[in-house]
Write a protein that binds this ligand. Sequence first.
Ligand code: TYD
Ligand code: MG
Length: 477
Amino acid sequence: MARSKVQFICQNCGAVSPRWQGRCESCGEWNTLVEEPESGGGGIGGGLKASSRRGRVLALEDLAGKSEDAPRRKTGIGEFDRVTGGGFVRGSAILIGGDPGIGKSTLLLQSSAALAASGERVVYVSGEEAVAQVRLRAERLGLGKAPLKLAAETSVEDILATLADGPAPALVIIDSIQTMWTAIAESAPGTVTQVRSAAQSLIRYAKQTGATVCLVGHVTKDGQIAGPRVVEHMVDAVLYFEGEGGQHYRILRAVKNRFGATDEIGVFEMTGRGLVEVPNPSELFLGERNSAAPGAAVFAGMEGSRPVLVEIQALVAPSPLGTPRRAVVGWDGNRLAMVLAVLESRCGVRFGGSDIYLNVAGGLRISEPAADLAVAAALVSSLSNTPLPPNSVYFGEVSLSGAIRPVPQAPARLKEAERLGFAGAVMPASSKDGAAARSSTSRGIEHLSQLVASIAAGRRTPPPRVHTPEEDEALES
Ligand code: TYD
Ligand code: MG
């Protein structure tokens, strides 16, 4: 085979260029092109010369044909199954990405052990840790007895031969895809060509045998799966495991799923004995709430099909700087700028010259526009130093005119709020009609200025607050 030519492959996006360039023309990243030999690496023929390969006649099938009756395998870990859309789909490939140390290996060890305990054959291949290390971790997680098969290996050919040797497994974990290495591709391990070829072989194995293949992928600091973004296109589902530094809970989020919704999240808590499911995230996110503090508003949000209450905290403070600071954690900075602009120009609230800090409690990241109203409430509350009513939730989208736009699934949000003891809600007037006014203390508003007026009214008649001795202590410490 003539393999004299070289090519340059972007290690970020996988684009191929015939010559070296400082900047990838496809994704715009700098210094990512690396010379790799041009080969059949991972190609469909797997090393066969194109000319020697005659086309094979395929048996075409009807769409209405019958497939196996149980296409999914549940791990029994509810939060994990929720994100995959109801369990692992037979013959599918899943990529699990996340920062190093976030708990990917722990999550997969726990879910694969749970699946193995239910009688399925599960193989866990670690390319990063020795068998003894995996075993130690399993013991610490209390999984020492799970009938899980282990291997510490990085050669894809050896792994596939091993898998073909025994009974077909239901689930294969590859931890991680960046450590895998295949002889089909000639590049060094860890390069895009290697990762793509290794992933291709493993994905082909999944399709052929009906096993589910789970690939672990490391994420770079800018949030992309290091190097092989190409793998994201090849797999059926991409899940991200994320958590804020210093927080002990972790969120599993689907960013691509050919077999389910992508807006579901699974919430876990990292404890000394591994990851523990959090079936009621609202209780966790509202755990240490001090409702008497100004600048805190409870947002009734939706994460997929599940309502989640979370506290939005704002701090508006006079700025010593010429250009005041705007710092946001867990929300979109541009959206904050928009809400501030609407409050200033449509409601006459002045923030000029103040530093503004906005934080979504508990490390959750919110992308719903429905959070606008809760953010506005927190901002106005902090600016006017007026605590919001302690038993009220907020949701609604703010438009540039200051009008409050309706948001979906108002009844589910209200129900979750009621369940957690929040009797009141401030919400879009049109959603309130739709929600059949189930909660008499909920208040539908049409314009943001109504919210500002009601917070100002709360300021004029301050509720008599009597601190309990415990509260006084808590405030002093
Ligand atoms: P790990 O699963 O090795 O992360 P990844 O595979 O994503 O790199 O998780 C490692 C971290 O999790 C480590 O910092 C310690 C912590 N951890 C616990 O807190 N409790 C536990 O029971 C385990 C196994 C890990
Ligand atoms: Mg790991």
